[in-house]
Ligand binder design. Sequence first.
Ligand code: GDP
Ligand code: MG
Length: 167
Amino acid sequence: MKPTLVLVGRPNVGKSTLFNRLTRTRDALVADIPGLTRDRHYGHGKVGERPFLVVDTGGFEPQAKDGILHEMARQTEQAIAEADVVVFVVDARHGLSAQDKEISAKLRRSGRPTLLALNKAEGLNFAVVSAEFHELGLGEPHPISATHGEGVRALVEDALDLLGEPA
Ligand code: GDP
Ligand code: MG
């Protein structure tokens, strides 16, 4: 069974961009796995010889305008429940938001191993942009750029190491 790495975060932080980067080298098609819900995207990724399943959240069609927030919360919770490890994506350019704090509280309650990915970090001073994210209590943020690819491999290796999976 491949470990499942779930991408969680508020809209527009770069989850889908990261998903595409993680899945495109090996299998650009979104995995079609029977029995899994359709409101999340599943794909196969691989670093070195280590395969993993990656789940993108937030690619749903909202049913009704006033249902969007509730629907997002529900999907995030379901995705967290399926995760072996969570990659919580935040936006280095936007800064820490109230929604980030809500999601991180959920993650801490879930007890799931979680890595904090500080996306859109290309060209930024890491010490400066990462400082405010320490208050989330999820450890040192991993600076990445989903569009440029910087830091992505190290992030995934750290995520898989967290699981103690044999290499
Ligand atoms: P999602 O809503 O979390 O899935 O976010 P998307 O993957 O759709 O990305 C939202 C926006 O952020 C898009 O315009 C992306 O091009 C942009 N974006 C994603 N990753 C990066 C990054 O590493 N650097 C910068 N500068 N922009 C990014
Ligand atoms: Mg998306």
